[in-house]
Design a protein around this ligand. Sequence first.
Ligand code: NAD
Length: 510
Amino acid sequence: MTDTNTLERTQRSATTTLEHWVRGAEWPGTSERTGDVYNPALGTVQKHVRFASTADVGTAVDVASEAWAGWRDASIAKRQGVLFAFRELLNARKGELAEILTKEHGKVLSDALGEIARGMEVVEFACGLGHLTKGAYSENVSTGIDVYTLRQPLGVVGIISPFNFPAMVPLWFFSIALAAGNAVILKPSEKDPTAANWMAALLKEAGLPDGVFNVVHGDKEAVDALLEHPDVRAISFVGSTPIAKYVYETATSHGKRVQALGGAKNHMLVLPDADLDLAADAAVNAGFGSAGERCMAISVVLAVDSVADAFVQKVSERMATLRTGDGMRGCDMGPLITSQHRDKVTSYLDIAGADGAAVVVDGRDVEIDGDPNGFWLGPTLIDKVPTSSAVYKDEIFGPVLSVVRVEGYEEGLGIINSSLYGNGTAIFTNDGGAARRFQREAQVGMIGINVPIPVPVAYHSFGGWKASLFGDAKAYGPHGFEFFTAEKAITSRWLDPSHGGLNLGFPQHD
Ligand code: NAD
């Protein structure tokens, strides 16, 4: 007779385990610990993922350090060639990656392709590394003396990424880190880790030497090992605010440069002169795309009283047309990442009621086009949310759109500027003067004017203010190349007999 434990063990061993990727191949490391990887649309475990020990991370760092010695000396043309080839392969095979994202994250296939497109944009930007790693040159700063700067790679850098963009966020960082001549250790989210290995294999196919890009899977142990390892020079992190703060404090105290992007609560201010149909479309797209699991999702609409009723009506009508279900079936919105997260998000509906808000559309009532065991919650709209409520204050990170009613521009701006977070925000208006004031006065890192998800293009940088970013370097764009290179200033004089003589004073110009 088979007892439950034996059965469970048999089932576990029949399920594949995703291993680390080190020195250009899968590598199991030494740790026995693993985590479950779900298909959230089915609610079942589809594979396990290996969790690295501190020693495993140490091995990966040693491999990366060794490989870096060659990669740092690879010419700009060689590095550019690898990135171009990677871009071409990624573009040709993006459908495979999109399917991986949908089956592990849950986002619908079209959204997964959108994520890849925005990540690929950064690869394309990184192909311009010849221009972007250039230094500056000043001739004859003093008689016969020239000063110039070089930008050199840092060495081994660590990237720690969140579950909600398993392809795009790693692409933001590793494309530029590799272009700038660094070796990389990526620690992706343990919830949807397969995309990282898939991209690692593609980099190898594109000609990247083994060991220059490595993936270690795991949890806090693997993260801490990266934060503390003396040979890891920099950490790029994206995730929730408490962990971003912890990562920033720990890694900087270990002498590393750190960019740590945290959580968000993004507001959209709708003024009375806005095109309400455009604003309602935008609120629905930005509120419920990827089931609200986007750091740039709109989670709060600040609607001016005079148009609030009409706006809520238009949003509700649009929500009724959305199809929630399996992302492989052409639905508009998929499941949440885990059942625990779904339950936590759902709990805010009860809080809303207790705090005097009105649940206008209840996502618990939605009809699902998918397996009943998936981690579902349909699009939810809560009106008249008080700013004292946890529904307003917490980053819910689910398909819950809150409407806070305001008297006008000043009250709306005041709420935005009182927020703990400052990732993204948007204003919807036809008044250029109001928009111009908003872009100047909002204490937020990324502003949209009649654009609900203002994610900058790859040649500008992405990042928020306040608790949405720790450190002073944003992701990708010019900040990306600055972050992944160290600047060196050289003062040079080629010997000229007229410059002889002793002078112990501090160097001055002549
Ligand atoms: P998370 O903070 O739980 O995890 C992020 C990473 O940190 C993962 O790799 C995880 O394994 C690791 N981690 C988790 N707990 C840890 C701990 N105690 N010690 C060390 N490492 C730990 O975030 P998540 O749930 O994967 O992602 C969602 C969050 O990310 C949201 O808050 C979202 O706003 C944020 N996010 C922000 C941006 C941005 O650009 N600002 C972009 C995407 C996501």
